[in-house]
Write a protein that binds this ligand. Sequence first.
Ligand code: FAD
Ligand code: SIN
Length: 544
Amino acid sequence: MKNITTDFLVIGSGVAGLRAAVELVRQGEVIVVTKDIPTESSTEYAQGGVAVALSDEDEVGIHFEDTIKAGDGLCREEAVKVLVEEGPERILELIEWGAEFDKEGTKPAFTIEAAHSRRRILHAHGDSTGKELERVLINKIKSFKTIRRMQFSTAVDLIIEDGRCKGAYVLKDGEIIAVCAKSTLLATGGAGQVFSRTTNPAVVTGDGMAIAYRAGAVLEDMEFVQFHPTVLFAPAAPQFLLSEAMRGEGAILRNIFKETFMKNYHPDAELAPRDIVSRAIISEMVKTNNSHVYLDLTHRDAGFIKKRFPMIYSTCLRYDLNITKDLIPVSPAAHYMMGGIKTDLNGATNIKGLYAAGEVACTGVHGANRLASNSLLEGLVYGYRAGVTAAPKEAEIQSSEFRVRETPNSKTPKGTVPDLRTPTGVVESGLSPSCEEVRTSLRRLMWEKVGIIRCGVSLNDAVESLSKWKHILDMDFSTRRGLELKNMLTVALLITESSLAREGSIGAHYRSDFKERGEDRQRHISVIKTTEGIKAVQSCVKQK
Ligand code: FAD
Ligand code: SIN
């Protein structure tokens, strides 16, 4: 097996991984491994913006309060404090590096989204904020000669020896490479692809969460999946996000009969918390026996719409929808994972040498429901902190300790595909037809049984169906798509088991059989692998 040694390994090139790499390189060589082209990530597609208390009418204390309120009683207050207090510095630094946020005259333009009590969301090119962040951060890391980028390289598993993480096995061009490092940062993003309806790009398959779980890391809050209320619902169109900023700028929701309805569900109407808007939409869809509702911005000036939402305007136009004139068919979709690999405030996990940051991690900053536009900020703040902490802490270790032992342990990926069948187009993409079917069925199952509204019966059904595919967890795959299926199945089980364990409704986790918040509202559900398998669900008391 090919062996590469570096000081620091970063897995993922979204906002969190890139921001961490900029700090790590101050103490040594860095390799950034990414599954696709470097920009392919949720970060790249982020629309609404980045929340930060920088406007004249705002204060970090108010941003703190709004975040805590959105988190529905489960935020880790210390983590929120770090986010809102360090956020302004991280944004100003990004502007110094060349980020251009939209302006009103000479001042930054701030928009508003659901559950924010102030206009505090900076945006770029109207609705392409994430693209701007990726552009600036990728340019920044290109300026360091000692950051090496490996694209089309998929992390398979961590190298764990003597209880310590010593890098990761990476699949590149059909070959497994051991990338050995003093510290490894997982920044692989969320897991939206586990659901058949999602805003997330194809790379977001929960890999980091599954990889960490297999290695013995603790994961927390996995039941909290945020569903975005307004995602394009049109036969030939992709599941394209229609930013909450549109509602921030006055867009109205209407049912199929063109009636407004949000006031019937919440006093904040269209700007109620996301989980409430998503459930209201589902309720209207059921009442009207239809598959979607409408988002309506037609009352706003066409010139304003085209200038404020240029990317959304042009994308919808490609699917015969003119958002300045037409009602836009929408329904909710899986969007963001509040849960993930449990870390401290510096990205450290329970495994020595292993760090996590961004959507893959759970610092507790979002509690049971994330405040809109807080995650790009989280990637910057916690990516930075993980980089700053991991570098000096791990740098003193001798590089010579970081070679994989000559005799690979039993966990070394074997790189075989046991179920490979005839050389059809499907096999080329990495999965045999039966596995492609599992992938589709799994995503549909999660959407139907573990989606916006869950109950004990639907969750138990899901566990039973997922268990039929458990043999996949023991398979070795030598293709990205095969590895993704295994990871998606792992994460699907973790989400479902955690959802079963929380017998109450809180934040984004809504159980129709336990509509009240329940006794365990002060608790976090954590999962760790045991010899009995995935069923290890524990509760621990809420952290301050
Ligand atoms: P990502 O940006 O998802 O990056 C993950 C990286 O890991 C990618 O490079 C991926 O290729 C790589 N990767 C994954 N698995 C592997 C593997 N096995 N091996 C190697 N590499 C791997 N948040 C906001 O704050 N504001 C917004 O306006 C906003 N809008 C959004 C719009 C959309 C459509 C979506 C999907 C999300 C939006 N979010 C928004 C959420 C936010 O974009 C994400 O939470 C955030 O960008 C996550 O950053 P990250 O660095 O953790 O992960
Ligand atoms: C959006 O633009 O609606 C997405 C914002 C977010 O998820 O934070």
